[in-house]
Design a binder for this molecule. Structure first.
Ligand code: GLP
Length: 239
């Protein structure tokens, strides 16, 4: 596990974008694992800027997103489909991008279908991750165990409160989500986790300094051979 600390959140985003750009240049038909939340936005803006400057071509790349809310129409501005379109997909030339369907009539079948689609694409080459305040990655919430495949998750109170800022009121925040499981994340060949701000400092400390523990799902990343953690000073303040 490599940990790099930067002065600003924007530098964290640029460093993450540099890793993704290198990946795409090295392997133009890369399978990219993408994330939502505020943490990846600087990274996406940098990738868009390099693409617009003619430096980065995604035309052979495929992407799979980590997660999506259940029961939220894809056109809803808070859906992860809408987020990814606005923050990245509308501005670059990705060959194909997939986000799990949180409105599928049979959610269990959708979980299996999503895992199979990633497998058929050859697996994820590089996975981008944010981290929840409670140490969740994707929407894998603190639990007594680790789940391998894509799963339906009941969001914890802490996550509902954290994500409430994007919705009009707390009651509008979906209570369920579909998320790549920990096995799916760990199967990525390379993982890049970005975290900014003081409210991530505890989760980062638990992730990198304590034993692997499913109450802090990100701690499993310590068992992965190629993980890079990019932090600003505030997120690194408790290391
Ligand atoms: C959500 C997403 C996670 C993300 C987390 C942190 O719960 N499912 O993938 O890492 O939020 O979001 P933010 O980057 O906005 O703090």
């Amino acid at each position: 596990m490599q940990i790099h600390v930067y002065d600003t959140a924007q530098q964290v985003g640029q460093a993450a974008a540099m890793l993704f750009a290198s990946q795409v240049i090295r392997k133009p038909d890369s399978v990219l694992g993408l994330a939502t939340g505020s943490s990846p936005i600087d990274c996406y803006q940098q990738l868009i800027a390099w693409h617009k400057a003619g430096l980065l071509d995604f035309s052979k790349c495929i992407s799979f997103n980590l997660d999506e809310y259940c029961g939220l129409p894809v056109e809803h501005e808070c859906s992860y489909h809408a987020f990814m379109k606005a923050q990245l997909f509308d501005h670059i030339n990705m060959k194909a991008s997939y986000v799990p369907d949180g409105n599928a009539p049979d959610l269990a079948a959708e979980c299996a279908r999503y895992d199979e689609a990633i497998r058929r694409a050859g697996g994820i080459d590089m996975q981008l991750l944010g981290i929840g305040r409670n140490g969740h990655i994707g929407f894998n919430e603190p639990a007594d165990h680790l789940v391998y495949g894509t799963q339906i998750v009941h969001l914890t109170e802490s996550t509902i409160q954290a994500n409430r800022r994007f919705f009009e009121s707390e009651k509008d925040v979906p209570r369920q989500a579909i998320s790549l499981g920990i096995g799916g994340i760990m199967a990525a060949r390379e993982i890049v986790l970005v975290a900014m701000g003081e409210d991530k400092a505890d989760a980062i400390r638990e992730t990198v300094m304590h034993d692997i523990n499913p109450r802090v799902q990100a701690s499993i990343l310590r068992a992965h051979p190629h993980v890079t953690i990019l932090l600003d000073r505030a997120a690194a303040s408790k290391l």
